[in-house]
Design a protein. Structure first.
Length: 165
């Protein structure tokens, strides 16, 4: 995965619209379909939990299918890009302790993956205005740069394509 320039205000604007639309659709469809099911199949004891749950599940499926169909539209470009970036970072995060240990032992591939991970975190945190942990991220990057100097590895965030995990 390559890092691409993302317009922060456009990303936030489109993300907010997607979230609001999902909330409205979830609320409307889940309530509407649950009420329809309750009307068609009334329960004498008054418990309609299963119909309400069915309505929520139906609404979630509709939202998932819709998002999957529109993910490649220009409006969704930034939102979908950040979603994929978060997926990549999550995969790396699960193996972070192993990668750090391997990087300390001189494994250049682990260093490249961690370098991508740190650059991705920085980009993501800046897009989401999460600057609280930037200092900690700088410490991690300096540690990685020390390993790279020690083992003569040139760090390049474009060396990682995501298929190496």
């Amino acid at each position: 995965m390559k890092f691409e320039p993302i317009d922060k205000s456009r990303y936030r604007n489109h993300l907010n619209k997607v979230i609001i639309a999902a909330i409205v659709v979830l609320t409307g469809l889940s309530l509407g379909s649950a009420q329809l099911l309750i009307y068609l199949f009334p329960d004498s004891d008054g418990s309609h939990f299963h119909w309400n749950l069915s309505g929520v599940i139906f609404a979630c499926i509709v939202i998932a299918v819709t998002l999957n169909k529109i993910k490649n539209k220009p409006f969704m470009y930034e939102v979908y890009y950040v979603w994929r970036l978060k997926q990549h970072l999550n995969l790396i995060n699960r193996k972070q302790s192993t990668l750090k240990k391997q990087a300390a032992e001189g494994n250049s591939q682990s260093m490249q993956i961690l370098h991508f991970y740190y650059q991705g975190l920085r980009k993501l945190w800046q897009l989401d205005d999460n600057t609280i942990t930037m200092e900690e991220l700088s410490i991690w990057q300096k540690e990685l740069e020390g390993f790279a100097r020690k083992y003569n590895v040139k760090l390049n965030k474009d060396e990682f394509d995501g298929g190496e995990l």
